[in-house]
Design a protein around this ligand. Structure first.
Ligand code: NAG
Ligand code: NAG
Ligand code: NAG
Ligand code: NAG
Ligand code: NAG
Ligand code: NAG
Ligand code: NAG
Ligand code: NAG
Ligand code: NAG
Ligand code: NAG
Length: 549
C-alpha cells in the first residue's frame, strides 16, 4: 500500500517531477490555509485541492508528514498515532481535504498530500504542505492587583489561532458573562475583592480550558471590629478582646485604650478587670494599603452597689411643715434598685423619697438600700433635724420655800423647741413692756407673770402664773398658782391653802410657799376634800423640803 518513489527514477522522470512540481502545467496541490494554528484537543480541517493533466486517472491518494527527499513517505492513515483521528473528506478527482481530530503538540508537523495516477511512474507530492501548529491557552494576569485599579487578563496562545472563535472566561470555574474586552482579553475595571479568584479561559465551541491563574486582590483593612468575651463582664473577670478585620495582605493589629497604645496582636487580654477598665478600647488594623480603626467598645464592667449615700434636697434648715426630699445615690452597674427605711421599717422605693408636711416626730434615722443582681449595700443612716418654734412653753418655780418680806421668787421658763430657745422675755400681765429676760426671772411683787420663748422660727408665750404676796400675822406668804385651771379654781385653792396654812402655822409660825403649776394637780385637788391629804398631795407633786427660817 505504501506508495513511494523509492527506486531512482530515470533522469527525465526526475527532471519532470522536479520541474513539474513547480512549473509543470496541470500538476499541483494547493492548501488553504497553508499554515494552521489550532487549539489543543480540537479538530483541524486541512482544506486541499489538487490538479493533474487530463488523461490521468487517480489511483491512490494519501497524506504524509514531514516528507524528506529520497525517503519513504508513509501513509498517515496506517500510522497508529493517526489512524483513529484522521478522516479523508476529499475525493479522487480534486478535493483532498482531511480532518485531524484531538490534536496535540505532538501533531505539529508539515502535512503533505500525495497522489498517484494510472500513468507509469506518475506520482505527485504536494510540497510545501500544511504547517500545523498546536497551541494551548495560558491566562496572563498580574499576580496581584490593588482594589480599585484596573486589570487586564490575556488569554495567550503560542500562535495566532486560525479559527477566530470567541474567547470565554471563567472565574473559579464559573463562566463570566460580562466585561469582556478585546478578543482574547478580559478587562476588570476598578477591581473589587470579589474579583479575586482563579481565572481560566477557553474558546467558544471548544472543550479545552486553560490552566487557571490566581488573581490576588489586595486591599486595606475593612470591617474592623472588636468582639468581647465574656459578654457580661463582672469585676474581677478575665476579659479577652478579639480584633477581627478583613484585609489583604493580613493586617497588623494594635490596641488602644482611650487613645493610648496598650498592645499589639489580634487578641488583647485583661486579667482581673476592675471598673477602672470601663474605658473605651479600640483596635487598629493596618497593612501596606492603609489602616482602619474599629469602633470603640465600652467595656461594660458590672459591679455591686457602692458609695451609697443619702442626701437631703435643698440646703440648710428643715422647718416643721416643710416638704423634704431624700435622694439616694449609689454607684453600681447595672443601675440598682433603691429601697428606703425609716429605722428598720421599709417605707418606700425609688431613688427619691419625699416627706410632705414634715413633723418633728420624723426626726428618725433614714437610710436607703441599693441593690442590683451583683449585690446590695445600705447607706449610712441620716437623721432629719426638724426645727420648730417653741411650744409647750411653761413657767415653773424654784427658790426657797419660805420667803420673808423682801425676798423674791424665781420663775423658770421652759419650752420645747428646735433649736432650743435661748431668748426669753418675761411679762407681767397688763403691762405692755417686758419686765425681764433670760430663762429665769425673779418676781418681787404680786402679779400674773408669763414668759415668751423665742428661737429663730418663732415664739410662744406660756400661761400666766400668779404670784401673790400675803401680808398677815407678821408673816408674808407668796402663793403662786397657775391660771390654767381658771380664776375660780385658783381662788378656791388659795382659800383652801390659806385655811390649811392658818391651822398649821398657828403652831409652827412658819412661812410657807406653795407652788402649783401643773393643771393635773388641780384636778387632784378638786377631787380631794380632806384638807390634810391635800397638803401631802401638793408636796408630793412638787417635792420641796420645807425650810425653817
Ligand atoms: C472538499 O470537500 C469538503 C468535504 O466534503 C468540502 O467541505 C469542501 O468544500 C470541498 N472543497 C471544494 C473546493 O469543493
Ligand atoms: C511551521 O511554522 C512554524 C511557525 O510559524 C515555523 O516555526 C516552522 O519552521 C514551520 N515549519 C516548516 C516545516 O515550515
Ligand atoms: C464587611 O462589611 C460590609 C459592609 O458593612 C458587609 O457587607 C460585609 O458582609 C462585611 N464583611 C464581613 C466579612 O464581615
Ligand atoms: C476572634 O474572632 C474570630 C472571628 O471574629 C474568630 O474566628 C477567632 O476564633 C476569635 N479568636 C479568639 C481567640 O477568640
Ligand atoms: C495575596 O498577596 C498577598 C501579598 O503578597 C499575600 O500576603 C497573600 O497571601 C496573597 N493571597 C493569596 C490568596 O494568594
Ligand atoms: C406638749 O404638750 C402637749 C399637751 O400639753 C403634750 O401632749 C405633748 O406631749 C407636749 N409635747 C412635748 C414635746 O412635751
Ligand atoms: C438642728 O438644727 C439647728 C439649726 O440648724 C441646730 O442649731 C441644731 O444644733 C441642730 N441639731 C442637731 C441635733 O443637729
Ligand atoms: C429676743 O427676742 C426679742 C423679742 O423678739 C428681741 O427683741 C430680741 O432682740 C431678742 N434677743 C436676742 C438676743 O435674740
Ligand atoms: C388685765 O388683763 C386681763 C386680760 O388680759 C383683763 O381680763 C383684766 O381685767 C386686766 N386687769 C386689769 C387690772 O386691768
Ligand atoms: C525509470 C523507471 O523507473 N521506470 C519504470 C516506470 O515504470 C515501469 C513499470 O512500473 C518500470 O518498469 C520502469 O522501470
Amino acid at each position: 500500500m505504501v506508495m513511494s518513489v523509492r527506486m531512482a527514477p530515470p533522469l527525465p522522470v526526475i527532471f519532470l517531477l522536479m520541474i513539474h512540481n513547480v512549473f509543470s502545467e496541470g500538476w499541483g496541490v494547493s492548501y488553504s490555509p497553508s499554515h494552521i494554528c489550532s487549539l489543543k484537543t480540537s479538530s483541524v480541517i486541512m482544506s486541499c485541492t489538487y490538479t493533474y493533466p487530463t488523461g490521468h486517472k487517480i489511483e491512490k491518494v494519501f497524506w504524509t508528514k514531514n516528507p524528506v527527499k529520497g525517503k519513504e513517505t508513509p501513509d498517515l492513515s496506517v500510522d497508529p498515532e493517526y489512524s483513529q483521528r484522521l478522516q479523508y473528506l476529499g475525493d479522487k478527482q480534486q478535493n483532498c481535504t482531511i480532518r485531524l481530530s484531538h490534536v496535540t503538540q505532538k501533531d505539529q508537523h508539515m502535512y503533505c498530500f500525495r497522489f498517484i495516477t494510472d500513468k507509469p511512474n506518475a506520482t505527485w507530492l504536494g510540497e510545501p504542505g500544511v504547517n500545523l501548529t498546536v497551541t494551548d491557552l495560558q491566562v496572563e494576569a498580574p499576580e496581584r492587583v490593588t482594589e480599585g485599579h484596573n486589570v487586564r487578563l490575556t488569554c495567550k496562545s503560542s500562535c495566532t489561532l486560525t479559527d477566530r472563535a470567541t474567547f470565554i472566561w471563567y472565574r473559579n470555574s464559573q463562566q463570566l458573562t460580562e466585561r469582556r474586552d478585546r478578543n482574547n482579553q478580559l478587562l476588570l475595571q476598578s477591581v473589587r475583592r470579589e474579583d479575586a479568584g482563579r481565572y481560566s479561559c477557553a474558546l467558544h465551541g471548544h472543550t479545552y480550558i486553560s490552566p487557571a491563574a490566581q488573581l490576588n486582590v489586595t486591599y486595606p483593612p475593612k470591617n474592623v471590629s472588636v468582639s468581647i468575651s465574656p459578654s457580661v463582664i463582672l469585676e474581677g473577670d478575665s476579659v479577652t478582646l478579639n480584633c477581627s478585620s478583613d484585609s489583604n495582605p493580613p493586617a497588623e493589629i494594635s490596641w488602644f485604650k482611650g487613645g493610648m497604645f496598650v498592645g499589639s496582636g489580634r487578641i488583647y487580654s485583661i486579667s482581673k478587670i476592675s471598673s477602672d477598665h470601663s474605658e473605651e478600647y479600640k483596635c487598629r488594623s493596618s497593612n501596606e494599603h492603609g489602616e482602619k480603626y474599629s469602633d470603640a467598645v465600652m467595656l461594660n464592667v458590672m459591679y455591686a452597689p457602692r458609695n451609697v449615700v443619702v442626701s437631703i434636697s435643698g440646703s440648710g434648715v428643715i422647718l416643721e411643715g416643710d416638704s423634704v426630699t431624700l435622694i439616694c445615690s449609689s454607684d453600681s452597674n447595672p443601675p440598682a434598685e433603691i429601697s428606703w427605711f425609716k429605722g428598720r421599717m421599709f417605707v418606700g422605693s425609688g431613688g427619691i423619697y419625699s416627706i410632705s408636711n414634715i413633723r418633728s416626730d420624723h426626726s428618725e434615722e433614714y437610710k436607703c438600700k441599693s441593690k442590683n443582681k451583683h449585690g446590695e449595700k445600705y447607706s449610712v443612716a441620716v437623721t432629719l433635724n426638724v426645727t420648730y418654734p417653741p411650744r409647750n412653753v411653761s413657767v415653773s418655780i424654784t427658790g426657797s420655800g419660805v420667803i420673808v418680806e423682801g425676798d423674791s421668787v424665781t420663775l423658770i421658763c421652759s419650752s420645747d423647741s428646735n433649736p432650743p430657745a435661748l431668748n426669753f422675755s418675761w411679762f407681767k400681765e397688763n403691762q405692755s413692756s417686758a419686765v425681764g429676760s433670760g430663762q429665769s426671772f425673779s418676781a418681787l411683787q404680786s402679779g400674773r407673770f408669763y414668759c415668751e420663748a423665742h428661737n429663730q422660727h418663732g415664739s410662744q408665750r406660756s400661761d400666766a402664773v400668779t404670784v401673790t404676796v400675803h401680808h398677815g400675822a407678821g408673816r408674808n406668804m407668796i402663793v403662786i398658782a397657775a391660771t390654767s385651771g381658771g380664776l375660780f379654781i385658783t381662788i378656791i385653792i388659795i382659800i383652801i391653802i390659806w385655811f390649811i396654812m392658818k391651822q398649821r402655822c398657828v403652831k409652827t409660825e412658819d412661812n410657807r410657799v406653795k407652788q402649783i403649776s401643773d393643771p393635773d394637780t388641780y384636778t387632784a385637788l378638786e377631787l380631794k376634800s380632806t384638807t390634810s391629804d391635800l397638803y401631802d398631795t401638793l408636796t408630793t407633786v412638787r417635792p420641796r423640803p420645807p425650810e425653817d427660817s
